[in-house]
Design a protein around this ligand. Structure first.
Ligand code: HEC
Length: 157
């Protein structure tokens, strides 16, 4: 093997390493840094952070509405509210935004939207209120898990 080809291999290996690292950052790690309270900070544009926090408040409102509807024995209302926070809400996120999120964050976020669809499906079977409440509580384990692990930080330009 002559010197030039060693150089070729070296350059190729370097390019491959860069590509693999890029894939890892975009697909798995996301844009993160150590947070100031022991959690992982997910760093994103300020506008994205504001939008995500808005979606979070919608989640909270949905959980409140669902609990109130269960207390009223109105499973139709539970179904409507839960469905509105289901996978329909997860569609239309840009690839650039999704790339900033760690894989685990994306998985938890998607799973939570899916859980709301599951809540809607359960409500449609007109279950006992206790059963409905237990499913809501189960869904909220996702909220708790994600909040324990992550905070959001606006990118400073
Ligand atoms: C995939 C992760 C994830 C999931 C799942 C999740 N959250 Fe959040 N939520 C966050 C992060 C990160 C923040 C910002 C926390 C911070 O920066 O300190 C947040 C913030 C919030 C806030 C504060 C909003 C504001 O205006 O400051 C509320 C309320 C909230 N979440 C409710 C919920 C509820 C209710 C659920 C479950 C139905 C939920 N979240 C599920 C990650 C998540």
């Amino acid at each position: 093997m002559n010197r030039n080809c060693k150089l070729c291999w070296g350059v190729s290996a370097l390019l491959l390493a860069v590509l693999l690292y890029g894939g890892y950052v975009v697909g798995i790690r996301g844009n993160v840094e150590a947070g100031d309270d022991g959690r992982t900070a997910v760093v994103m544009d300020s506008a994205d952070r504001i939008r995500v926090l808005g979606e979070m408040r919608a989640f909270l409102e949905a959980v409140q509405g669902i609990n109130a509807a269960i207390a009223d024995g109105n499973m139709k209302e539970v179904e409507t509210i839960a469905r509105a926070s289901g996978m329909v809400k997860a569609r239309g996120e840009s690839a650039a935004f999704l790339a900033t999120l760690p894989l685990e964050f994306k998985k938890l976020g998607m799973a939570t939207h899916q859980r709301f669809d599951d809540l809607a499906d359960l409500a449609a079977t007109n279950p006992a209120p206790q059963k409905m409440l237990a499913a809501v509580s189960d869904t909220m384990l996702n909220c708790v898990a994600c909040h324990q692990a992550y905070q959001l930080k606006a990118r400073t330009q």
